[in-house]
Ligand binder design. Structure first.
Ligand code: F6P
Length: 520
């Protein structure tokens, strides 16, 4: 049985440490006093070099946080996840996205007896999906691939396809349609010809209203345009193969209920990525993630990057009281990374009750947001430097560019470095308006180059750091009940928009509905 962070003996010690020295820590002094600070707080993990030294913590604080992790049973909880125990307790499910990137036949200590069967299913499905992806890549008549999915069935594949643009097959255009807003699908359909298009209907449940509405409209458009052979032009990526068949889609790639939606890009949901970068590229993506899994599973806690990041997140949220984290990828191809991480963190850890249902007395998920640097510098970085709130910044940079344009990349990297430096060092101004207080925290994550393997490792790192903070907070990071109520109400209101019936509605909803009714 794990202990919640506030039940460990270290929790009051951390509170005391925060009031006596943590809140006053000055990064400039900390570097001046400790010549080894960068060495201590930076580390190499698979494909990712991390510098955590410009954060508002000391070696002593980190040691206490590590003791808290030890006392809470974090390692046991992590091992339970890898072993396939049903740690998603509110849904009675295992959490096994790590199995999707585990090499065939690799047994781990403590594996559940069902793991070997699951692993052989995983590889049989992966092989079939990758063979299909390569067939699509080789088929010059298919020029457009349209992924229809939302949430985890959109954000991960979309982010990865954009990030790996340099590896994308020539002659294939990939489109992502997620919103139920018909403007999105309509705009994409206008550029398509049915005989040259492959639609991928991506939905774990195959019940999500947005995706089902878009799928039906795509099928209707295909028929209306004289499209022939749904089996060739539509494929479903889902755990609910029966529902896909009921819709008339016979080409299907399955996965399992132990893959959470926001953790599903490694499964059949990754098919658009595999079509974009090929089977070898997709296997590299999995291998990069697996390398990070092994690091998380085996590295001592003090040298375990997801653990250190997750503990820093707890320190910031519960002691410093920071309520948000800004992500700035210094690579244009990582433009969708902030949106992807937003779902990962906020849908996983945006919870207010503990595993036993009791209300928590402390804060959980921060708000995650961001935009690629350097664009953000000319928009919201003003607030990071001089605003009233302290917002930790997380920079993701890539050392090697893949474009040939001289001069750009050094400018980009210099800007990434300069922002982290400016936030920390600050500058005494000749007047209050020109004053930079400094002592503002940042984390620097550096990839050697942006490849399928390094992207896989970066994403797995983020998945595991979310696991670490969620585990310390004692919440279920793998359900998402908070999205259900809106779905139910939207169904009811859709009917009321047609009928005009406002019986029982609150005054505002009834008033707005009156304005929104097109026939009113
Ligand atoms: O509404 C939330 C959610 O369930 C996400 O967790 C999920 O990623 C998304 O909807 C899409 O679900 P599905 O893949 O079942 O269509």
């Amino acid at each position: 049985m794990s202990l919640r962070c506030d039940q460990t003996p270290q929790w009051p010690q951390l509170q005391a440490a925060y009031s006596t020295q943590g809140r006053q820590l000055d990064l400039r002094r900390a570097f001046a006093d400790d010549a080894q600070r960068f060495g201590h707080f930076s580390q190499q993990a698979p494909h990712v070099l991390a510098d955590l030294s410009k954060n508002l913590w000391s070696r002593e604080t980190e040691a206490l946080l590590l003791d808290m992790a030890q006392a809470s049973g974090l390692a046991k909880h992590r091992d339970a996840m890898f072993a396939g125990q049903p740690i998603n307790s509110t849904e009675g499910r295992a959490v096994l996205h790590t199995l999707l990137r585990r090499p065939a036949g690799l047994a781990l200590p403590g594996d559940d007896s069902s793991i070997p069967g699951h692993l052989s299913d995983v590889h049989a499905t992966l092989d079939a999906m990758l063979a299909y992806a390569d067939t699509v890549r080789a088929d010059s008549t298919i020029t457009d691939i349209v992924n229809i999915g939302i949430g985890g069935s959109d954000l991960g594949p979309h982010m990865a396809v954009l990030a790996l643009e340099q590896f994308r097959a020539q002659g294939k255009r990939l489109h992502f349609v997620s919103n139920v807003d018909g403007h999105e699908l309509h705009t994409v359909l206008q550029s398509l010809r049915p005989q040259n298009t492959l639609f991928l209907i991506a939905s774990k449940t195959f019940t999500t209203a947005e995706t089902m509405t878009n799928a039906r409209s795509a099928l209707a458009w295909f028929a209306a345009q004289g499209g022939q052979d749904v089996g060739r032009h539509f494929a479903a990526l889902t755990t609910n193969v029966d529902a896909a068949r009921a819709l008339g889609i016979t080409t299907t790639f399955g996965f399992w209920d132990w893959v959470g939606g926001r953790y599903s890009l490694w499964s059949a949901i990754g098919l658009p990525i595999a079509i974009a970068i090929g089977s070898a590229g997709f296997r590299d993506l999995l291998a990069g993630a697996h390398a990070m899994d092994e690091h998380f599973r085996t590295a001592p806690l003090a040298q375990n990057l997801p653990v250190r990041l997750g503990l820093l997140d707890v320190w910031y949220r519960n002691f410093h009281g920071f309520s948000s984290r800004c992500i700035a990828p210094y690579h244009a191809a990582l433009g969708r990374l902030p949106a992807y991480l937003q779902q990962l963190e906020m849908e996983s850890n945006g919870k207010r009750v503990a595993l036993d249902g009791t209300a928590l007395s402390y804060a959980t998920s921060p708000v995650l947001w961001g935009e690629p640097g350097t664009n953000g510098q000319h928009a919201f970085f003003q607030m990071l430097h001089q605003g009233t709130d302290v917002i930790p910044l997380e920079i993701v940079a890539v050392r090697e560019p893949t474009h040939p344009l001289p001069g750009h990349h050094d400018k980009l990297l210099a800007n990434a470095l300069a922002q982290a430096q400016a936030l920390m060092v600050g500058k005494a101004g000749e007047d209050a308006h020109r004053h930079f207080p400094g002592n503002r925290p940042s984390t620097f994550l550096l990839l050697e180059s942006l490849t399928p393997a390094s992207l896989g490792a970066l994403i797995a790192l983020q998945e595991h750091r979310v696991f670490v903070s969620g585990s310390l907070w004692g919440i279920n990071s793998f359900d998402q009940w908070g999205v259900e109520l809106g779905k139910v109400l939207a169904k009811d209101l859709e009917a009321r928009l047609a009928s005009g019936d406002v019986t029982g509605l609150d005054g505002s909803t009834a008033g707005l509905l009156g304005h929104l009714r097109r026939s009113a």
